[in-house]
Structures are given as C-alpha cells and as structure tokens.
Design a protein around this ligand. Sequence first.
Ligand code: PEP
Ligand code: MG
Length: 548
Amino acid sequence: MLVLEGKAVFEGIAIGKISVYKKNEQSVKEEKVTDTAAEIIRYENARKMAADQLQALYDKAVKEVGEDGAAVFEAHQMMVEDGDYIDSVENIINSESVNAESAVSRTGEEFRQMFLDMEDEYFRGRAADVKDITERLISCLSGAAKAGFMSDEPVIVVADDLAPSETVQMDKDKILSFVTVHGSANSHTSILAKTMNIPAIMGCPVSLEDDMNGRMAVVDGFEGKVYIDPDPDILALKKKLLEKELEKKELLEKLKGKDNVTLDGQRIDIYANIGNTKDLELVLKNDAGGIGLFRSEFIYLGSDDYPAEDEQFEIYKKVAETMGGKKVIIRTLDIGADKQAAYFNLPAEENPALGLRAIRICLTRPEIFKTQLRAILRASAFGKVAIMFPMIISVDEVKKIKEIVAGVKAELDAEGRAYDKDIELGIMIETPAAVMLAEELAAEVDFFSVGTNDLTQYTLAIDRQNQTLDAFYDPHHPGLLKMLKMIVDGAHKGGAWAGICGELGSDLTLTAEFLAMGYDELSVSPGRILPLRKKVRETNVSEYIKEK
Ligand code: PEP
Ligand code: MG
C-alpha cells in the first residue's frame, strides 16, 4: 500500500480504480506568413468558435452545477474578448508576420506568467484559466479536438492539473474523485469539485505513469490522503466511512426542500443553532428553515475587548442577508457561568451557574446591552431578525427589557436609521420560575424558546458542567417533560409561539412527544436538521397520542 498526502479541497471518501488523465498538449510551430490580414481573420474566426464552445459549456455547467459553478465559463468568454489579449496577438501577427497559432501561444504564455507573478493567491490561480483559453484558441485555429475523458465505469481521475473546462466536460457520473499533482485550492477546478460534491485532493505527488491506470485506490478527502493498493483493513475501514457518507448524502438529497410535516399533516419549523458566521455554510447545506438560536456571546468570547457596535452589526447583517427572508433569532449575550470573558471583570463567585450571568449582566450594565441591541436592530433592516433574551425569571425583567428596547428604537428613529419596527421579541425558558409564569410571560413577548440544557440543570439542581453528575443529569426526567408541556400551553394561551433550542430538541426519541405537545419549532445543530425532518415526516401524531 502506498499512502500519499495532498491538500484536501473537498471532503468525502471515494473508493475505486484510478484513471490517469493526460492532456494532448499541442505543440505550436512558428511559421512566417505573407498575408497578415488573412491571419487576423483566422484568429477572429477562432475566437468566435471558442466563444460558441464556451457558451455551450456554460449551458452544460449551469444544468449540472448551477450558475455559481458555471460562472468560470462566463469569465473565459470575457477573456476571449479581452482587449489586451487581442491587441497582443494582432500586434505579434502584424509586426512579426507570424501565424496566429504562434501569436496566440506566445501571448497566452506571457499573460499566464503575469498572473503567476501576482502576489494574490486568487489571481495566481487565474493563470490556469489563461492557459485553458489559450489552448482552446489554438485548437480552434488548428481544427484539433480538445482532449476528452472517457470511461465506462466511475473512476478516480488522477492528473497533473485540470483546467475548469476539462473538469466540466467530464461525465459527472463517471468521476468518483479528482487527485491532481498541481492546482491551488482557489482554482476553479477545486471550486467546481466542491459544487459537484466530489472529494478532491490537490498538490498530491501521485505518479501519472500508465501503470497507474486501473489500480485500486481510496481517496480520503477528510484527511487529504490517497491510499493506492490499500491494505484490506484500511479498505474495510474506508468502506464503512463511505457507507456512512452515502447514507448522509442520500438523506440530504431526498429531504432537501421537503416540508417538515407529519404523516397526519402537522407542521413544525426546523431551525438551526449557530455560534458564528462560519456555521452558515452548514445551515444552508442542511436546508434549515431559519436560525433558531444564534449564540451571540461567541462574538464576545472571541474578542479581547467589548465588540463595537459596527463590528457586531456587520456580523448580524451577514447572517440576516445570508438567510434571505428566513427568520434569524439572535440571542443577546449569555455570558457568565461557564462562558467567561476576562474583560467583563466579573466577580469570582461561589456558584457561578447561579450567579451574575446572561440577562442579569445586561440589566446591570445597560451600556453593553444597548450597544448590542443597536447592532441587532440595525441588522434587522437586512432580513428577518428576531431578538431573544436568555435566563429570564420574571415578568418585571421582561418589562424592563422592553423599555430598554423601546429606548434604543427611539434613538435609532432620531438618527434616522432603518430597522424592522415589528421585530419579534422572545425569551428563553431556562428557569423553573419562567415555566411557572409561562402564560404571563407569553403575554409580553412574541415567542418562547426552551433552553433545555439549563432548564434541566436548574430543575434537577445538577451542575451541567460537573461530569461526575452525568448519570443524574436526566433531560427525560418526568418532571421536565411535564414542564415542557406547561411551557407550550402557557405560550399559546398567552399568544406566543414556542420552540425548543436546547439539545433535547434533536432527541429523536422525543420528536413525536414534542409534536403532540404542540411545539411550533425545534432548533438544532445544522447536522441534525435532516435526520429530524426525516423523523417528523415518519411520525403520525394522532396515532402516537392514541397509543400513549
Ligand atoms: C440551553 O440552555 O438549553 C441553551 C440552548 O443555551 P446554552 O446551552 O447556550 O446555555
Ligand atoms: Mg442556556
């Protein structure tokens, strides 16, 4: 077994035979011409032909990988029409009386070098695009067909480098993975590999000799390794991983775009929990209906000082915009207890979980709170934002919060700043006190989201951080389940909707129970969305209630 390493540009596992892809690079001969005008017309015709080919490639790519993935061919069309490139070719033909092939080849090489010399990695990656269109123009001039790729069975394509046009021309169903010796993570080939959902490794010192053809290999896009002639134990291990991956993909494909509706027609919203903007990719990939909990304290925990209003605004705006019109519930900072930031200078406490934390900090230090509220409200002009307050214990607290929010809104009005005047306000239900006051609290807000992690801690009097108590920390405790029912009933009576954003929300053994209780939303980590959607779609709530 030979193990090679490279740069993984797309995760996944591929197992199959290797097929070495070789370009039929064309050698260009310089020839003197007498009729330079005729040579320029040949070049013009070749450009038109290349543009038509690129249009066809663009159309194929749009169908296969969508507009973003196809954009590279639009860029290539623009390069074919690039004034500097055309000037250079015509200049060489006119001044040196040489054939168009040679003028194109020299211009292409000069432009490619220019990109390679650039500091910016992205622009260096464009050198491959210049090479690609130069080769296409030369093929059009000489009438030679561009190199193709044919295989009867799906294979792992191994190549020195791959141009985007080569990548997209390959039959997608016949490619398990790309492994290239060269190529940057910024290249369009890697971008295309990502959009095609194909594991890809670049910068891998793999041999391109003919005897590689047909050899068995495993590509592990998680660890960036290629195993050639894998040992049986490695093969068995990777096969298991692949099966898991395929299961996940199947689930994803089948359930994307589907409703979260039970067999007997009950709907529920399934949203995602996030900690930062990096999670957004997963949120979209897993088809979340919105964001049910953005733990904004991670912005504070990742800073050395209080994050400024504008800094926060940009982050919230990005989340709101990325989610389009879908709901984004931003929880105000839930700092304290296990989430400590030194610059808050919080006093050392005997019982931090029962101490100065979350909304208690916001209410005692309103300037910090107001900065965050301003940032969230300003971001609400860019999407469908809602604000949620953690660790609530009383109606009075909510009234105080609402006064502060009204004050911040008035400030923004006075400054003429845009925000969503009907922004939804909600609270987390994490304390037994809030459970007991559910109906009264619901009358004050638009929604509840149950933080089952803390509600379990505070109801069972078990420190959630204390590992030695794990055996006692039982979120299925009948007392807690009773509370969950009280919460949703109280919410609905008081005119609010109710969701669950604690870990229990993704516990599939309770999905039917949550639906039966009447919950309107469950917010879970992105990777749990599709399994939860599957569970909801397999549940018959009335049957479940009958059988209980
Ligand atoms: C919870 O307590 O359930 C919750 C969602 O908040 P966190 O886990 O951030 O405390
Ligand atoms: Mg909590």
